[in-house]
Design a protein around this ligand. Structure first.
Ligand code: GBH
Length: 595
């Protein structure tokens, strides 16, 4: 349990990387200024505005990142907010198409074909941060693929993407690497690929995997790329006239699988460039950031030891499928054995050279953590277990596969087949507060990779959208029992009538974000315990997010920020600090060694 008096365990070390995070498309705006090229997010939000939630569709920037927080012009205001939380680091991302209009970075006669305004902007941001004693932590790719590369070869669906990404990365190392010593290659490959190429209009390019097997154009890979679907048409099951989202997600499609494969290789190629040409001199660190919910073995009152043990086994399989798929390659050089088994011939193989390139390619492991899922083996109605299909069966016996996939949230996400989220409901459908996830996950990585993680784990995102107490869902009974069973009843959020009646809990949530402060307290306590009690090498924490911003398909109404912006009525986009900002500033002073 964690009923430890936190003040009695050791503090986080002085050099702990403490800060907050944002991403280019979510905050920069200025989408067509300074000769910036379009990213897939510009293109697809413009083409399909109804895919994005909006509080006011009469405002044309309400469904895209055209203006967002206008951090392109107002970054100095953002830096002021960072100071309020005592941030030592700022995690932001670079917009690839702001620098390279068509995505292709080339150096000729010692000169890059870069868009100078873009370079000037990032130089100004980096220098302003350093002037304020804030260290830049830079993500090279946070989902905003240059649209030209999508047009040209289907973006991440194509093998060539890894080289275009590495060329762009090389430019960034060469240009900014004298001052940037912390690099993240890719943010959340799972979300980019699964939500962008499989689940329909969630993330750009809004692919929802049509039916026709195809071979990619210009395929020089020699690998068997059949089984994916065409990218030319954008969404295949969605038309702008209809607001209906695709109801039937086809069970097993491969675009997301190939996107994942290529994006992991892109990560490895960029790291190779850094190590071959820059790292020795610049002395920075480079790694990947993955996402993924810790998988908690399902418990219910009176559960037998045997069944609980079985659920533990399945929780680990679920974690390998959901997280290990992405974290194993950069650590061990290959996909987990259980993923290979489950996917069979649908999973591409890394060549020997690629495995070598991938192995150990992340100096540190970046992990974005928010929520946890229950996991258990699927059961029939009579209580007997359903065996997962073998790879053979998954390929040839559709009925078995479909049945499994139906049970598994309709998307065959491995093994987690119980209503997935646990914890109280925050302000976004999937965003539930289950603070032990951070400690469980850190331990899972530590057990799995031990000394393969050379420079520790960095929590590169964690946070919540503040719920309105009227809609916040308290912990359900099972979750409450779970917290009791692990001796941590204090995590069981309860919302009573008084919360709902108290107007200040409803209207006051804008700046007085009590739920969020509580969220950070709970998660950070688990982080410190993981460090001090479990001995996990956790080196940093970046809160998501510094400011309210364009929350992708959820638009501007879902607010993850510690800074409030009135996006529709305030032309100046004034930054209003919420209570959580200074609350975290205080947390830093009390929990991290000073001086
Ligand atoms: C981060 O990802 C992003 O990096 C950031 O840009 C974004 O603004 C922030 O979160 C807040 O959304 O449907 O139950 O299978 C979030 C991580 C992981 C959240 C996958 C949604 C789907 C869970 N995401 N998750 S589920």
């Amino acid at each position: 349990g964690d009923n430890v008096d936190i003040t009695t365990v050791k503090k986080l070390p002085k050099d702990f990387k403490w800060g907050a995070a944002t991403a280019a498309y979510q905050v920069e705006g200025a989408w067509d200024e300074g000769n910036r090229g379009e990213s897939v997010w510009d293109h697809f939000t413009h083409e399909y505005p109804k895919n994005v939630e909006s509080g006011d569709r009469t405002i044309d920037y309400s469904t895209n990142g055209n203006r967002a927080c206008d951090s392109y012009h107002k970054y100095e205001e953002d830096v002021k907010m960072l100071k309020l939380m005592n941030a030592k680091y700022y995690r932001f991302s670079i917009s690839w198409s702001r620098l390279f209009h068509d995505g292709e970075a080339k150096k000729e006669d010692g000169k890059w074909n870069v868009n100078q305004e873009g370079e000037d902007y990032y130089n100004a941001l980096i220098n302003t941060l350093l002037d304020n004693e804030i260290i830049p932590f830079v993500t090279l790719y946070h989902w905003d693929l240059p649209y030209a590369l999508h047009e040209k070869y289907g973006g991440w669906l194509d093998y060539h993407s890894q080289y275009d990404f590495a060329n762009y990365a090389e430019y960034c190392f060469e240009t900014f690497g004298d001052r940037v010593k912390n690099w993240i290659t890719i943010n959340e490959p799972w979300v980019n690929c699964v939500s962008g190429y499989r689940l329909g209009p969630g993330k750009a390019p809004y692919r929802c995997t049509g039916e026709a097997p195809r071979r990619l154009a210009n395929d020089t890979t020699g690998l068997d790329l059949e089984g994916g679907c065409s990218y030319e048409v954008g969404p295949t099951q969605y038309t702008p006239e209809s607001e209906v989202l695709p109801a039937n997600r086809a069970p097993q499609k491969l675009e997301d699988v190939w996107c994942s494969h290529n994006i992991l290789l892109g990560h490895a190629q960029a790291v190779k460039v850094y190590r071959d040409k820059f790292q020795k001199e610049q002395k920075g660190l480079i790694g990947i950031t993955i996402d993924g919910e810790a998988q908690i073995p399902w418990v219910e009152p009176g559960i037998s030891k045997k069944e609980y043990e079985n659920n533990k086994k399945y929780a680990n399989l679920a974690a390998e499928f959901r997280i290990g798929w992405y974290s194993d390659p950069p650590m061990t050089g290959d996909y987990p054995a259980s993923v290979k088994e489950r996917m069979g011939k649908d999973l591409p193989e890394f060549t020997k050279e690629q495995k070598e390139l991938l192995k150990g390619s992340s100096d540190f492991l970046g992990w974005n953590t928010y929520t946890a899922h229950w996991a258990a083996q699927v059961k029939n109605e009579d209580g007997s277990y359903v065996e997962p299909p073998t790879a053979e069966e998954a390929n040839f016996d559709n009925s078995k596969k479909d049945m499994w996939d139906d049970n598994c949230k309709g998307r065959g996400d491995g093994w987690t087949c119980i209503p997935p989220t646990l914890g109280s409901q925050a302000g976004s459908s999937w965003n539930t507060k289950f603070a032990p996830t951070i400690r469980v996950g850190l331990n899972w990585f530590n057990d799995r990779y031990k000394n393969l993680i050379k420079n520790g784990i960095v929590i590169t995102e964690n946070g919540c959208a503040q719920p309105n107490y009227k809609v916040a869902r308290a912990n359900d009974e099972v979750t409450k029992k779970y917290f009791e069973s692990i001796g941590q009843p204090q995590y069981a959020d309860t919302y009573g009538e008084e919360d709902i009646e108290d107007e200040s809990n409803i209207n006051g949530t804008i700046l007085h974000d009590k739920y969020r402060q509580d969220w950070y307290d709970q998660y950070l306590k688990n982080l410190r315990l993981a460090y001090a009690v479990d001995g996990i090498d956790v080196r940093g924490y970046m809160a998501w997010s510094l400011i309210d911003n364009f929350e992708w398909e959820n638009g501007y109404e879902t607010r993850f920020g510690m800074t409030y912006i009135d996006f529709y009525k305030d032309e100046n986009l004034t930054r209003h600090p919420k209570d959580s900002l200074e609350h975290l500033g205080q947390w830093y002073l009390e929990n991290v060694e000073q001086n």
